[in-house]
Design a protein around this ligand. Structure first.
Ligand code: FE2
Ligand code: FE2
Length: 128
């Protein structure tokens, strides 16, 4: 597998941190905000695991995910946005699988993406 793929994942995890920060800014309760920030912190941990593989400490978080998701949230609202992001999280589990074959430590990242998907769907349903 092209080793560049690990850097691509590392960048996506870093970008996901800022996406959750952006979502947390528009949370409607302290509990919702804390939950989103917790998910963001886990994405940061995922990036660190990948950094251990790529040994690339130069990558920085960008707003590549935060920007379009914040825009989506403005027009579609929190419920739809959380649901759509949950689908990305659940897809991420499967995207991780070929990488986890070579680096089994990535299986924890993969499983936590599924949990993020579940958390977001729970949150989406909790919104009236
Ligand atoms: Fe992640
Ligand atoms: Fe995630």
């Amino acid at each position: 597998m092209n080793p560049k793929i690990y850097q691509t994942f590392q960048q996506s995890e870093l970008d996901a941190v800022l996406m959750y920060h952006a979502l947390a800014q528009n949370a409607k309760s302290d509990a919702e905000k804390a939950l989103l920030l917790r998910l963001g912190a886990i994405e940061g941990k995922h990036a660190a695991v990948l950094r251990g593989i790529t040994e690339n400490g130069e990558l920085q978080p960008t707003d590549a995910m935060a920007k379009p998701i914040a825009l989506l949230e403005r027009f579609a609202g929190r419920r739809v946005t959380y649901f759509l992001v949950s689908l990305g999280e659940k897809a991420a589990y499967y995207l991780y699988q070929p990488l986890a074959k070579q680096h089994p430590e990535l299986q924890t990242n993969a499983k936590e993406e599924t949990e993020h998907g579940d958390t977001l769907q729970w949150l989406a349903k909790a919104i009236k």
